[in-house]
Design a protein around this ligand. Sequence first.
Ligand code: GAR
Length: 187
Amino acid sequence: MKKIVLFASGNGSNAENIMAYFDTSNAVSVVGVFSNNSEAKVIERAKKFKVSTFIFNKLALSDDTVLNQLKQLQPDLIVLAGFLLKFPMHIINEFPNKVINIHPALLPNYGGKGMYGMHIHNAVLENNEPETGITIHYVNEKYDEGKIIFQKSVSIIDCKSADEIAEKIHDLEFECFPKVIFDLLSE
Ligand code: GAR
């Protein structure tokens, strides 16, 4: 059984989609949901799937607290699904090529500090982009610059608001992210 740990900061609809996708799998198991926000909706979502949760603050992320927790779980993949803090290098170094992130745009466009969630979709709308998309990539020391694993675009010429763009992006994320995770774990 391959083990994954999810990191999420807020809503956690991607995290829930991944937990649902692997809920009955005998190849992949979600062994933990880690969040920096005790109020995050993702906590409730994890409880629904009986996945254990771990809440931490910035200090615990930068010292060895989160790292030690991860070492106990020994995940095959660490998946950032709407995780908004910078992921620390000392954890990446312990889990080389095992930390991935999903970004709701076609990197390298609309990436970097401050470019997350609705900020991205608002910028995409303002620039009248005919399409946007998703990027799944390895996490390195720079925001959104790790090696790209997967990208998929979607036309947004019919979208009149950033919310409509966000909905299209979520649909694309739900469709693709679990499959990409499964493929990576099957390599
Ligand atoms: C997702 O669209 C994800 O791609 C994005 O946050 C959203 C979280 O939604 N991540 C980033 O912007 C990271 N830079 P969710 O909590 O409902 O899964």
